[in-house]
Design a binder for this molecule. Structure first.
Ligand SMILES: [Fe+2]
Length: 285
């Protein structure tokens, strides 16, 4: 099994293609669309790099997986699916919670909230076969209710549940997020995996200007994660995470991202002038 890592600099996001070189079976985690907020334009430069690699390696893409519903970038899932129509978009079964909450926030009265925009919904404990690749699905809610980690052989893809040890964990202040749940997800699920498990994270923000890192291990996380080691109590973590989250501002692309991502990356249908529009609620304080 091989892993090809892509880094989207504008949003500090990692995408991973996991593939079996002999059989060409592949899945991808968290592919990113380029969205330029000031001009409200999208482009496909980043996902084209992903497609170039898939083509060079002649890979058979089985699943286009979202580790959760991202609030900081738009998903390129549908663009990728347009090139690989047999690949299935996939997300946690908990997508329904996000859809129920955010369809109200955006007032999308006609939107289905049963997850049917995605081809596959992965439940906790599912074992998914993608050709010769076997995916073990672990729901790890906390950062969002849809967060899942996926174990493939000895490689764990954690999305935003666990970052490189010097950055810690994902924020827990989005709707239906929970520091309590994140503590359980990390301490009681991820930290019970073998120490040598390789951990591939969803973002890296290079604290202190250090070099970019996408990989840690369960052992390194248990020993050195600055927010949540194996010694950290539930109360300590929840107090820390709650206080930290109060200081964070909303992600720049929160409102454009979630309306697209919770519908599997489907862009809004063009209006009669052939232009698509995002919907941004206006809050008055
Ligand atoms: Fe996230």
């Amino acid at each position: 099994m091989e892993i090809k890592t892509f880094y989207h600099k504008d949003t500090n996001t990692f995408s991973y293609i996991v593939y079996e070189p002999t059989t060409k079976d592949a899945v991808i985690f968290d592919c990113v669309l380029d969205y330029h907020k000031a001009s409200s334009t999208i482009s496909y430069d980043s996902v084209e790099e992903v497609i170039d690699f898939l083509q060079q390696q002649q890979l058979v893409l089985h699943y286009i997986i979202e580790s959760h519903i991202h609030a900081d970038h738009l998903s390129a899932a549908q663009y990728l699916k347009s090139k690989y129509p047999l690949a299935k978009t996939a997300v946690s079964t908990q997508i329904t919670l996000v859809q129920e909450t955010f369809s109200k926030i955006y007032n999308f009265a006609d939107m289905s909230v049963d997850g049917s925009q995605f081809d596959s919904l992965f439940a906790d404990g599912d074992i998914i076969e993608a050709g010769k690749l076997t995916l073990n699905i672990m729901h790890t809610p906390g950062h969002t209710p849809t967060c899942m980690s996926v174990l493939i052989e000895d490689c764990l893809f954690t999305g935003d549940s666990l970052f490189i040890p010097d950055f810690g964990t994902g924020r827990c202040d989005f709707p239906n997020g929970s520091a309590e749940q994140l503590y359980s997800s990390v301490s009681e699920k991820l930290y019970t995996l073998p120490d040598k498990t390789r951990v591939f994270v969803g973002h890296d923000y290079q604290p202190g200007g250090r070099e970019l890192r996408s990989e840690t291990s369960i052992l390194e996380s248990k020993k050195h994660n600055i927010q949540l080691t194996e010694q950290t109590s539930r109360e300590e973590f929840v107090d820390f995470r709650t206080a930290r989250d109060k200081l964070l501002s909303a992600p720049t692309l929160l409102l454009p991202s979630i309306q697209i991502n919770m519908q599997a990356g489907l862009l809004p249908i063009a209006e009669d002038n052939e232009v698509s529009y995002l919907k941004i609620p206006l809050s008055i304080k």
